[in-house]
Design a protein around this ligand. Sequence first.
Ligand code: NAP
Length: 312
Amino acid sequence: VSEPVHNALNVVVIGKQAMNWFDAMQKAYPSVRFGTPDTWSDPLTVQAAVVSEPNALSLRPYENLQFVQSLWMGVDALVADPTLPANVRIARMVDPDMPISMAETVAAYVLWSHRFGDVFQRNQRDQIWQEIAQPLARRRTVGLLGLGTLGSQCARVLIQLGFQVVGWSRTAKPLSGVQVFDDLHAMLDVSEIVVNMLPLTEQTRGLLCARTFSAMQPGAVLINVGRGAHVIDNDLLEALDSNHLRHAVLDVFNVEPLPTVHRFWTHPSVTVTPHVAADSSQETCMPVVIENLRRFAEGLPLNNLVDRTRGY
Ligand code: NAP
């Protein structure tokens, strides 16, 4: 099926990060007219959008919108936006550097947990000299929730570090060296460190709750770099308070920035990082954005399209 060709392409740019890249995008693709929501006197002439941190309603005025390019890998907010008609195509950011960046973060916190960094940090605060036997990585099983672009790269790096790696994904995923489970609870049962890299969908929202925490091993560590809404906060606090889980490293939260009153900030068994597990850089993302806009303008198939019914 051939796509329409757009000779005069008008693109609206929305979001703080997208705005930071505005001039560079215009320079990289001079024949396209980029504009801010204030630029377009007639929003009906806009065919495409480049967005970061989208909020519902921001795309409502663009009734002839056909394509949204996200600067984020996770597109849950866009997919859930009730103002975005079902026929609008959404492409997520798949930046070649993001899986590398995520794998560095995951490797850092997996190694830190594996080597009891959390326990020694607490012990230092209380001046406790407690020797703990340090097993090698090959004796430690790390469970990955999600084996997509990010999860599969993390699996490769963790295997190189010597860990036993198991995983869980929606469809069967043959990944060399990874034991993939159909049954989530069976996977959690064997994992001592669990890393969440799922997309947020109707099926995965609230997945990390009392039931899944109780399926995890006593003393297990949770690393959440997926989305905050995967976690039921009170259930996680209960699992930590009861010492069923040893520690949680949390990069993403139900409300961001994490409210100052939230118990995660001061909990001795929680490490908070401010949604920085895998940042996108202009240098590597810009060519991805420009290529997809060029494809849209020329009526070619778009890259990295989201399956809107599947939700990711
Ligand atoms: P992806 O390539 O789409 O992979 C998603 C993985 O999750 C796939 O393996 C998929 O299974 C699996 N999955 C989806 N729904 C599932 C379900 N209901 N049950 C079991 N498995 C399911 O996504 P990605 O690029 O790896 O990114 C994953 C998420 O990471 C993003 O959506 C975003 O929320 C988050 N993220 C966070 C940061 C950060 O800085 N913290 C940065 C970037 C991304 P199939 O393989 O069968 O499809």
